[in-house]
Design a protein around this ligand. Structure first.
Ligand code: PLP
Length: 386
């Protein structure tokens, strides 16, 4: 059996994988088992913030691994509290709960919203408003929060209390909001929904509605966070101040982490026994995350914005390209050819890109070199123009 057959025989068939067997990576480059080299514009879905085998991250992880790999949350460990302190200092938030994925970060946010509301107003105030075309995860509760019917098929019944408003339509949020609204949760840039940056007026309006109603305003920064949009968190690009935000993917630089970051309003909502995770805040993962988070400085963010501008300028209006959307190094390209065909041609040319809905999606490492970026963008232009 080759690896494709073995995978099909033994791994649950939940993924439509690309027909590529990766064995090694360095920075923005990856190699398959035949030695073919790729420029990777996917970063393991916005995870490998500084590319493959980043030496700073690898050193942080291995040195922690060799001293204390895991302790459980029955003990204090330095990387967990140090990372939480860093995130709070950079964002003005007050408390961090660590889990292992984006879905878990959002599960925690949902629990925070429901407990905040029930402590203050009673347990009938449990509704969470999310947006159509959103994506919040694959667990049963975060699937319920995800405003896309395709993900719901076959998996009901779902927990009650999730209501879906139209994105960029403030009246639709207002119509759903009442005395039973615990929170509204949004992505500022809908990632899986096709890399759609939402309007500033809309998001500001949602935040104001939440404030008036004492419902928590929660931003899902799982994909958009940690420098991806050219801002530390995408809500900062919009001048927002969420009560809760969640993040994951790029924070760990390649190891599983999720964080639910809680502001002043709900800082004391979770108490002993209210939530937990065996691996959450694991010292090895957190040591790696610290090495990532520390480097998300203004110079890096400015560089992300420049690279983003270059991609927008080079692709907008080109032959075979209908439009370019997104923010920072989170980019959607509407192509005339079907996205899977574009991705396949790009792979032939040694470029890995992803898709989101009907679009080609780019999520390159934030540290991608200008040479590799230019080469990859030229390949995209060539493939789309064919
Ligand atoms: C990827 C993603 C999630 C889910 O994260 P997992 O780590 O796969 O659980 C949630 N929300 C958004 C916006 C995402 O992009």
């Amino acid at each position: 059996m080759d690896i494709f057959e073995r995978d099909a025989a033994f791994v649950a068939g939940t993924y439509g994988r690309f027909p590529v067997h990766l064995v090694r990576g360095q920075g923005e480059y990856a190699w398959d088992e035949k030695g073919k080299k790729y420029i990777d514009l996917g970063s393991g879905i916005a995870v490998n913030t500084f590319g493959y085998s980043d030496p700073v991250w690898a050193e942080a992880v291995t040195s922690q691994l060799n001293s204390l790999q895991h302790a459980s949350n029955l003990f204090y460990t330095d990387p967990c509290s140090a990372l939480a302190e860093m995130i709070c200092q950079k964002t003005g938030m007050k408390r961090v709960f660590f889990g292992n994925s984006g879905a878990e970060a959002n599960e925690c946010a949902i629990k925070v919203a429901r407990k905040y509301a029930s402590d203050k107003y009673g347990c009938q105030r449990h509704n969470i408003i999310t947006l159509k075309n959103s994506f919040h995860g694959r667990t049963i509760a975060t699937l319920a929060a995800t405003g896309q019917d395709v993900f719901h098929k076959n998996f009901g019944p779902f927990p009650e209390g999730f209501l879906y408003a139209e994105a960029n339509d403030l009246e639709s949020v207002r119509a759903l909001m009442d005395e039973n609204t615990a929170a509204v949760m949004v992505e500022c840039v809908q990632g899986e929904g096709g890399v759609v940056a939402l309007d500033k007026d809309f998001l500001t309006g949602v935040q104001a509605l939440c404030q008036e109603n004492d419902s928590l305003f929660m931003v899902d920064e799982v994909q958009t966070g940690n420098g991806r949009t050219g801002h530390l968190y995408s809500y900062m690009a919009y001048g927002l101040a969420p009560d809760v935000f969640t993040t994951a993917k790029g924070l760990g630089g390649g190891l599983p982490i999720g964080a639910c970051v809680i502001g002043e309003k709900a800082q004391n909502t979770l108490g002993k026994g209210d939530h937990g995770s065996t691996f959450g805040g694991n010292p090895t993962v957190c040591a790696g995350a610290i090495s990532i988070f520390q480097r998300l400085n203004q110079d890096l963010l400015d560089e992300v914005k420049k690279k983003s501008q270059y991609i927008f300028d080079s692709l907008t209006g080109q032959k075979g390209i209908k439009g370019v959307t997104g923010m920072g190094l989170m980019i959607g390209i509407e192509t005339e050819k079907p996205a899977p065909e574009v991705l396949s041609s790009l792979r032939d040319m040694g470029v890995i890109a992803l898709s989101a809905k009907t679009k080609v999606r780019l999520l390159p490492p934030l540290s991608i070199s200008w040479d590799a970026l230019k080469e990859a963008v030229n390949a995209i232009r060539e493939v789309c123009a064919r």
